[in-house]
Ligand binder design. Structure first.
Ligand code: MLT
Length: 267
């Protein structure tokens, strides 16, 4: 949506900010953009170095430097909304890394959040081993290029049904991930490795929250998300069948029905 189109939205319009996961970009939300009620206006951000924001990032990130953080990503979201002249509270929807960013955005700007949709994400920080793994992936991507992270990631993102029966989805994801500069992989992995543990703050979330997880998600498991939902006062958890880590792509029909149902209650 252009800034001019946004300016024409009525006072009843609710904005829905989508934040992508790693190593994806705003195009992961394509199946959602046309499926929302007319009073909901979607915007999908590309975080630094991803998608539309990938063309000029190369010079900004140096080996060994943590150029991004959950804080800087959350600030990008605030700037993005400011740019579109959206100052009223929005519904924020983040998947995985996008969920980490959504939580950080809520922490910094609680008054700008009307409701949250947290998909296939976690509140806990990484373990010591997890941090070490991320740092080695980050360095390897810089040395050897994006391709080294793409294949193993592709296997983890999708459930077996999607991998076997949805070749076009596999192909699209592969292409999206291959476009991510290795400098962006490096920055994002370091940002995720350094993120704070959010678990103790979940009970402070007062806005209605929908937690969504693919039933076969091996990265952010249904058990982990159930434990998050148990700690967020006004939350509900929905498990999406036939989906791994990417329900908005793997089972968009059910995913969309769930977010539309949730939105009808909160807008
Ligand atoms: C994502 O999908 O954003 C990543 O799996 C997040 C992560 O690596 O923790």
């Amino acid at each position: 949506m252009t800034v001019n189109q946004l300016a024409n939205c009525s006072a009843e319009t609710t904005y829905l900010l989508f934040i992508h996961g790693y190593p994806l970009d705003s195009t992961m939300w394509e199946n959602q953009l046309q499926s929302l009620p007319p009073e909901v206006r979607p915007l999908a951000i590309d975080l630094a170095g991803f998608g539309r924001n990938s063309s000029n990032d190369g010079a900004n990130f140096q080996p060994g430097q943590t150029a991004c953080s959950m804080a800087s990503y959350a600030e990008e979201c605030a700037q993005f909304l400011n740019h579109h002249k959206i100052f009223d509270p929005v519904v924020i929807c983040g998947l995985s890394m996008g969920g980490y960013v959504a939580l950080e955005f809520w922490k910094r700007y609680p008054n700008r959040v009307k409701a949250m949709i947290l998909c296939d994400t976690r509140a806990a920080a990484d373990t010591v081993e997890g941090v070490a793994l991320r740092k080695s992936i980050a360095d390897r991507a810089l040395r050897e290029g994006t391709e080294v992270v793409v294949k193993p990631m592709l296997d983890k993102l999708l459930c077996e049904t999607s991998r076997v029966h949805k070749p076009l989805v596999v192909q699209r994801l592969f292409e999206t991930m291959m476009k991510v500069p290795s400098t962006t992989i490096h920055a994002a992995q370091n940002a995720m490795a350094d993120r704070a543990d959010f678990t103790a703050r979940l009970s402070e979330i007062r806005v209605p929250s929908l937690l969504i997880v693919g039933e076969k998600d091996a990265i952010s498991t249904p058990e982990e998300m159930r434990s998050m939902a148990d700690k967020i006062p006004h939350s509900q958890l929905v498990v999406i069948p036939d989906a791994g880590h990417l329900p908005p792509i793997e089972n968009a029909i059910v995913f969309n029905a769930e977010i539309v149902r949730f939105l009808s209650k909160v807008i």
